[in-house]
Design a protein around this ligand. Structure first.
Ligand code: DER
Length: 210
């Protein structure tokens, strides 16, 4: 089976499980969603593939930063949202694994990551500001993500702006608005993409289906 393999601390548990299955004799091909996941999956024994136009990804598994009651997600806390979205979109099934603290009534307490082209980035941030205001948001904060004192760069070399917008009642509308802005490469809203979310709560799990 060919897997899309997510990024982040929760996805790491999934990769550990894969390592156990591989040790027991199963084999998996995988498309990793980040360089970090590439290394972890390789070490776990997954055969990493470079997808071509005929590649079928049977299942993608990834974490999330927030999950709303309609299984819309905010992702991108780990900075891999673009590759995660490409892989989730190409997969026959997309399963999200998350601890129950990620379950929210409305998205937006977690600042929305928006991936942008580095060229003239301040103009893109201004355009994001204008767009979200037009859509009725009063942004509390919009910050270029900084790590170790320098702007964070995604694996694709882009910047990330973390946007604290308050409650996002119509995520698909916001996603569409953001993606119209030249300079915005992708945003961390994953609307209508998750087929199943598995929440962990201590030793218990609960499953929510789309
Ligand atoms: O960055 C991401 O999109 C991660 O998948 C994130 O959504 C979940 O990260 P976590 O499992 O470390 O909380």
């Amino acid at each position: 089976m060919t897997l899309g393999i997510g990024t982040g601390s929760t996805a790491r548990f999934f990769i550990d499980e894969l390592a156990g299955k591989i040790a027991a004799g199963m084999s998996f091909r995988g498309v990793p969603t980040s360089n970090e996941t590439n290394d972890l999956a390789l070490a776990a024994g997954v055969e990493i593939i470079e997808p071509d136009a005929s590649t079928i990804i049977n299942l993608a598994v990834d974490g999330a930063d927030e999950v709303d009651p309609n299984l819309n997600l905010i992702k991108g806390g780990g900075g891999a949202l673009l590759r995660e979205k490409i892989v989730a979109n190409a997969s026959q099934k997309f399963i999200v694994i998350a601890d129950s603290s990620k379950r929210v009534a409305a998205l937006g307490a977690f600042p929305l990551p928006v991936e942008i082209e580095p060229f003239a980035w301040a103009l893109t941030v201004r355009a994001i500001h204008e767009t979200v205001e037009t859509l009725g948001f009063r942004p509390q904060k919009m910050e270029l993500r900084i790590r170790n004192g320098v702007p964070f760069k995604s694996d694709g070399g882009n910047l990330i702006v973390d946007c604290a917008l308050g409650a996002i009642e119509a995520p698909a509308r916001l996603e569409a608005g953001l993606l119209e802005i030249p300079g915005v490469v992708e945003c961390g809203l994953f609307c209508g993409m998750a087929d199943i979310v598995i929440f962990g709560d201590g030793d218990e799990t609960s499953i929510q289906q789309a």
